[in-house]
Design a protein around this ligand. Structure first.
Ligand SMILES: Cc1cc2nc3c(=O)[nH]c(=O)nc-3n(C[C@H](O)[C@H](O)[C@H](O)COP(=O)(O)OP(=O)(O)OC[C@H]3O[C@@H](n4cnc5c(N)ncnc54)[C@H](O)[C@@H]3O)c2cc1C
Length: 471
């Protein structure tokens, strides 16, 4: 007989496992189904192992610049295998952490391929054996995978997706990174710091195109200074993969063809949602025009009792968005099952921060200056460079700035955009402010600790109103 649950979560990434924990906290009999690794892409192949790699690259970078700090570090070298081993160890530790959390919260784990077989019904198949499960509610949290370039299929040898780039068979000599979103730029930064000759090619007219244009321009200059080649507004015309490398002809912004041989290529042109073979069509779940599952702000699909969260739904495709949706959906299900003490709130994607862990780091929340103007706002914009911040200078990290965008009429904080050291830790300050619908007045009245780089956040707000103190 089918085992029955209140909730089954299909997929155990940061969306799925967090949803399962919240369901269990709310007293719901909960199961999770996973075909690969508990923790999903984020813990095993995404956010965390890349940050472990980037940490090694960062330390290597500092060792090479030891002299700048009055120190000597001689005969420095990098052991890529050891760097990768450390990163895999970190991923494993976190995967085990999720296993522990499932046990602690009494969540039943079913390993195997999950498929909806009817309303409230799901089959799990592993090694040719299937079991049937039943639930009042099912949360689809199956995530996404790397998007392929039709002419450039990843083979794991010369052409890599993020998975290959995270466990490289060898150190690339000359690397072409296709795509300059967060994933492409983080790998470009990692391999550049590790000593590869890196070229980034981007179809749009600037790198990190979702960020504020000032951030893109600043990052491009910084990466070029670090030795990277950046081709924006550029298109791959021809590409041939051989045993020894990849020969690519790229049409640059001016229409000129650049032909070069690369030892390896990383394709980082986005993601496609994992919606195939889930039985979604059979139960009538509707996709959006990009084939992500369509939901409302509480994660409800068009089919009663089926919910969806994370990368399999609309953007932004970020781990913290997936987890936040997991909590909302769990609370909405508990409420639907009669719990009167939970009050789920609707997801507001305007307040989701985004971070890229290249060198220098970038972080942002809310509208860019251009998007705010497009939306019809009259804006007040503040800009404060790290060179005016004592802590940044003391750290030897004076490269960067903080930009804030306010509604000139009401003073509402519309967006914040930062580039420089530690900004991925600092963005949360503005995110809290934005979530609380703060205005310039509260931010100006806030006391920032000295000396910290966060003082640049204060100064940026002051600058928007002509009151910056240290510039
Ligand atoms: C290289 C890289 C770096 C990244 N860095 C960051 C970062 O720094 N910060 C950030 O916020 N985001 C980052 N991301 C994005 C982040 O990993 C995703 O947004 C996040 O993992 C999405 O979570 P999810 O729960 O929706 O899905 P996923 O994490 O993709 O998990 C989905 C799970 O469902 C399982 N599954 C799928 N189909 C089935 C099925 N039929 N049956 C059973 N199980 C199934 C999969 O095996 C997987 O484990 C990064 C991504 C990559 C690739």
């Amino acid at each position: 007989m089918a085992e029955n649950y209140d909730v089954i979560v299909l997929g155990s990434g940061p969306g799925g496992y967090v949803a399962a924990i919240r369901c269990a906290q709310l007293g719901l009999k909960t199961a999770i189904v996973e075909r690969e690794n508990l923790g999903g892409i984020c813990l095993n192949w995404g956010c965390i192992p890349t940050k472990a790699l980037l940490r090694s690259a960062e330390i290597f970078h500092y060792m090479q610049h030891a002299k700048d700090y009055g120190l000597a570090a001689e005969k420095i070298s990098a052991d890529l295998d050891a760097v990768v081993k450390r990163s895999r160890g970190v991923a494993k530790q976190l995967n085990q952490g999720v296993t522990h959390l499932m046990k602690k919260n009494k969540i039943a784990v079913h390993m195997g391929d999950g498929k909806l077989t009817g309303k409230g019904k799901l089959s799990v198949t592993k090694d040719g054996k299937s079991e049937e499960l039943g639930a009042k509610h099912i949360i689809v949290a199956t995530g996404a995978r790397a998007r392929d370039l039709p002419r450039l299929k990843a083979d794991g040898k010369r052409v890599w997706t993020y998975r290959h780039a995270m466990t490289p068979p060898e150190m690339p000599g000359k690397l072409l990174v296709v795509g300059s979103g967060a994933i492409g730029i983080e790998f470009a930064s990692f391999y550049n710091d590790m000593g590869a000759d890196v070229t980034v090619v981007e179809m749009m007219d600037r790198i990190v195109p979702v960020e504020d244009a000032d951030v893109s321009a600043f990052l491009e200059k910084a990466l070029i200074k670090q030795g990277m080649k950046i081709l924006t507004g550029a298109k791959i015309e021809k590409i041939e993969t051989g045993d020894k490398g990849v020969n690519a002809t790229i049409k640059d912004k001016a229409g000129k063809d650049i032909t070069a041989e690369y030892s390896h290529v990383i394709v980082a042109i986005g993601i496609v949602p994992n919606v195939e073979n889930l039985g979604l069509e059979d139960v009538g779940v509707e996709p959006d025009q990009r084939y992500h599952i369509k939901t409302d702000a509480f994660g409800r699909t068009n089919v009663d009792g089926i919910w969806a969260i994370g990368d399999v739904t609309a953007p932004p495709w970020l781990a913290h968005k997936a987890s936040h949706e997991g909590v909302i959906v769990a609370e909405a299900i508990a409420q639907a099952l009669g719990n009167k003490d939970v009050h789920p709130h609707a997801m507001d994607v305007r307040n989701i921060p985004g971070c890229t862990y290249c060198h220098p780091q970038i972080a942002s929340v809310g509208l860019t200056e251009a998007k705010a103007k497009e939306a019809g706002y009259e804006v007040k914009v503040g800009n404060f460079p790290f060179i005016g911040n004592g802590k940044a200078i003391a750290l030897g990290e004076a490269e960067g700035f903080v930009k804030t965008v306010f509604d000139a009429r009401t003073g509402e904080l519309l967006g914040a955009h930062m580039i420089g050291a530690e900004v991925t830790e600092m963005i949360q300050g503005y995110t809290i402010g934005k979530t609380m619908e703060t205005t310039e007045a509260e931010l100006m009245e806030t006391v920032f600790p000295h000396p910290t780089i966060s003082e640049a956040m204060h100064e940026s707000v002051l600058a928007a109103y002509g009151r910056a103190l240290h510039i």
